[in-house]
Design a protein around this ligand. Sequence first.
Ligand code: 0L1
Ligand code: MG
Length: 263
Amino acid sequence: MTAQNERLAARLDEAARQGEATWQPSEECELSVADAYAVQEWAVARRLKRGERLVGVKMGFTSRQKMAQMGVDEAIWGRLTDAMLVPEGSRVAPARYIHPRVEPELAFLIEREIPPGAPPETITSAVAAVAPALEIIDSRYADFRFTLADVVADNASAAGFVLGAWQAVPSSLDCRGVLLEVDGRVAEAGSTASILGDPWRSLVAAARLAGRAGLPLKAGWVVLAGGATAAVPLRPGTLVRTVVESLGSASVAVAVAPSAPQP
Ligand code: 0L1
Ligand code: MG
């Protein structure tokens, strides 16, 4: 770890802790994607030192549109800790985030450790269950503006996740309808096909990318496969729910922001 990467990791970690945006590494230095993953690992290591536990990984840029927008042909990944888990149906405090957005996802529960380099059949057969999920993304950068390396360093904007009830693994997961509702109204509609064409492909990519970093997917871990629709702002006082065809739902409420003190 270079002194520069260590400094970037500390700055990003502090921005997440304080819920305050910071500037992009690309504004002050040249950061390769490999360096950005090192910054991500170091920033998450600071969380682990404070007592958080790694509980899985998330995939990002898993839709063709997002990849094209970023000019990349590979998805990115980030690390999930237990402190990011928001219990299903609970109420989160908006002050915890900077400018959160929420997107509907599919989650995999890993039953057996997947060693780096495992073939696709080993990866898919290591899954115990699947669940509808919501991911809360909260870029630590102003206006959600970033380069590829910036967002990788920022742990792929990971901030929170909600898991619906785990379900037995169905024979196929592609082309399931997905709704994202805000206060009972459909805000976005999509399909699990938007997740790399098939969420199983995203799981295989997650095992490959994390494995490349020397991180085997462990028993009990969760893999968030990627957004099935565009993300929408997570606004105070709203209830957000996703419904995934034949798999159920996951929801989260956002508390009303505390009112400003009266003069
Ligand atoms: O989970 C995602 O696909 C988001 C990856 C990071 C990019 C963003 O913050 O939109
Ligand atoms: Mg996501």
